[in-house]
Design a protein around this ligand. Structure first.
Ligand SMILES: Nc1ncnc2c1ncn2[C@@H]1O[C@H](COP(=O)(O)OP(=O)(O)OP(=O)(O)O)[C@@H](O)[C@H]1O
Ligand SMILES: [Mg+2]
Length: 243
């Protein structure tokens, strides 16, 4: 049986019956502002604190802003810079839209570039964890659905080859359970964590659900969550046996 990778996120490991099977590639899906970037960041932060290096690959936001926003939201994570200095955390990325230039087949070129850049970063610090925020952006570069599916399969096999456990952010227009439409990547990857938001501004309800996790038992219920200065709090109905 594969080893289990703790997310280190309060309540989430209980929902995952301990964690994510090592080597799994998990989609973090959700609507705008659900907390996908922060949740993925906390996963890398918690693992870095356990001494396990990770790479955050930002395709959507400037990497500097990712770190700034995480520091603002997680006021108690005072050692982020320290972990970066120790090469336990590497936040990098690129703006693929800036590279949408002339050329015969920019999509395959760009995608190949993204994969090789990620691999170089992973190798540079010996990363075992990786976040790509977001893979939805790749669907903009690769508009042909068959080419997109092929690119996703290539991404899966590349991540497998470099032997990392990954979280891949995916934007969904309507995160409501009943209206959830599954994208090709939802079938290709090993796991899906979905983040829902419902209600209006003031009384917005946020909740998380594990839709699938290959190779592991997981919670089948939806758990509310909040973002606090000391990290995410997921109010799972399960309890971790070891805690
Ligand atoms: N300082 C803070 N304290 C509490 N919550 C915060 C703070 N800063 C941001 N948030 C919450 O985090 C959310 C943004 O988180 P995040 O950037 O991870 O979302 P996202 O799902 O990645 O969004 P997007 O789709 O825009 O990329 C905000 O909507 C807000 O609810
Ligand atoms: Mg985001």
């Amino acid at each position: 049986m594969a080893d289990t990778v703790k997310t280190g996120i309060s309540g989430l490991d209980a929902m995952l019956y301990g964690g994510i099977p090592e080597g799994n590639q998990t989609i973090v899906a959700g609507g705008p502002g659900a907390g996908k970037t922060l949740l993925s960041f906390e996963f890398l932060y918690r693992n870095a604190k356990m001494g396990i290096p990770g790479v955050f690959f930002a395709l959507e936001e400037n990497p500097k802003r990712v770190v700034e926003n995480a520091k603002k939201a997680f006021k108690e994570f005072t050692d982020i810079d320290d972990l970066i200095a120790k090469k336990l955390l590497l936040v990098d990325g690129e703006d693929p839209s800036a590279r949408l230039h002339e050329g015969a087949d920019p999509s395959s070129y760009e995608f190949g570039k993204v994969v090789s850049d990620i691999e170089a970063l992973v190798t540079s610090i010996g990363a075992k964890r990786i976040v790509i925020d977001s893979i939805s952006l790749l669907s903009i570069i690769i508009s042909n659905p068959i080419a997109y599916r092929r690119a996703m399969l290539a991404l899966v096999s590349n991540l497998r080859r470099i032997n990392v456990t990954s979280l891949l952010v995916s934007e969904i227009a309507n995160p409501e359970r009943s209206k959830l439409t599954f994208k090709p990547e939802f079938f290709i990857f090993d796991g899906i964590v979905n983040m829902y938001q419902s209600g209006e501004e003031e009384k917005r309800i946020t909740a998380m659900e594990i839709i699938k996790m290959r190779g592991s038992k997981h919670s089948n219920s939806t758990a509310p969550y909040e973002i606090t200065p000391s990290g995410f709090k997921v109010y799972a109905s399960e309890e971790l046996e070891s805690e």
